[in-house]
Write a protein that binds this ligand. Structure first.
Ligand code: AHG
Ligand code: MN
Ligand code: MN
Length: 331
């Protein structure tokens, strides 16, 4: 019988020898939240959870949208454990402080609780993205500057994909590892060890409907992606509209995901803190690269919680080509 490696066992076996377990336990907490969200997501079509937040269901209870539910689950699973000093979520305008009755810890959690909101009600894959930083000043309860750290300082990041199966993929700086949820056991089992971006890449992913809104440089870049890729294996096009799902497919097959700036949206759509930075950390660990068109996403110091950023992420050669076209135009 082959070795069955649960996420708990894997995290434990790979934690540094002198670790106190705080970080390890934080990863378990996130895995638990992921199971709760996966359970609800899988039942979404059966229950009356679909619908607008604020609506009232037949039992007279407030209906919650899945993204509001996911947001609360992650907060509630992590708020009382003494492992975090502060959290920030895409769903909340302000910082999420650890309630005063609970001890605070030394880590910071940032998350997009449910990514791909336009796909929630149509039974298409959605996800959760998270990033973990160290608290900057241990003597203080969490502050804004603890969250506004560059992706380069992440100590770990990952995502959960609620797809045909539920997967949790994470990195703590020693490669990227993927786990698949066995729904009967209720355990995440190691299924993808040391994930690396394949070469040659297979796909490019971009919302083509926005072509008229892109700069001439981005238009030229997309034409380049379509036009046979300099004699290398031509790329095919795939776009789900859930960043986690598009990212995951491209991680397994190779490729580039792009959400560039647009004429009326100069900073694009993707959020730096909750989406771009955590995925940029993962892609570098998988041998790839993420850029805003000018340089590494990981070097950007956020100035606002909900800051947006243009994103090109995937195989390094494809991302650097985007930088080439954009920087030529801006010379
Ligand atoms: P969210 O659902 O967390 O707001 O994020 C949605 C994002 C991302 O998941 C996806 O790649 C992108 O929006 C799709 O946007 P378009 O519909 O504009 O292509
Ligand atoms: Mn999102
Ligand atoms: Mn979201």
């Amino acid at each position: 019988m082959s070795k069955i490696i649960t996420i708990e066992r894997f995290i434990l076996e790979n934690q540094p020898i002198n670790a106190r377990g705080e970080f390890t336990n934080l990863l378990y907490d996130i895995a638990l939240a992921a199971k709760i969200i996966a359970h609800k997501t899988n039942r979404a079509g059966l229950t009356d959870i679909l619908g607008r937040a604020g609506a009232v269901n037949i039992q007279g209870e407030q209906q919650q949208k899945l993204d509001v539910f996911a947001d609360e689950v992650i907060f509630r699973v992590c708020d009382h454990t003494g492992r975090l000093c502060v959290m920030a979520s895409e769903e909340n305008e302000a910082l999420l402080h650890i309630p005063n009755e609970y001890e605070k810890g030394s880590y910071v959690l940032v998350y997009d609780p449910l990514d791909g909101s336009s796909n929630i009600d149509v039974n298409v894959s959605i996800g959760t993205i998270f990033g973990i930083y160290r608290c900057k000043d241990w003597s203080q309860r969490g502050r804004l500057e603890d969250v506004l750290q560059p992706g380069r300082d992440l100590v770990g990041s990952g995502y959960v994909l609620y797809g045909s199966s539920t997967m949790l993929v994470y990195s703590t700086g020693q490669g990227v590892h993927g786990f698949t949820l066995d729904p009967e056991l209720g355990e995440f089992l190691l299924s993808h060890k040391q994930m690396k971006l394949p070469n040659p890449p297979a796909y490019f992913s971009i919302n083509h409907a926005y072509y008229p809104r892109w700069s001439p440089a981005v238009q030229k870049y997309v034409q380049w992606l379509q036009s046979g890729n300099e004699g290398k294996t031509p790329l095919s096009s795939r776009y789900i509209g859930s960043l986690v799902a598009d990212f995951h497919r491209n991680l397994l097959r190779g490729g580039v995901f792009c959400y560039p700036s647009e004429v009326n949206q100069p900073r694009g759509k993707i959020r730096l803190v909750y989406e771009a930075a955590p995925l940029a950390f993962l892609i570098e660990q998988a041998g790839g690269y993420a850029s805003d068109g000018f340089g590494s996403i990981l070097n950007i110091e956020p100035t606002e919680l909900h800051q947006r950023v243009p994103l090109f992420i995937g195989n390094r050669r494809l991302v650097e080509k985007a930088e080439y076209f954009i920087q030529m135009e801006n010379k």
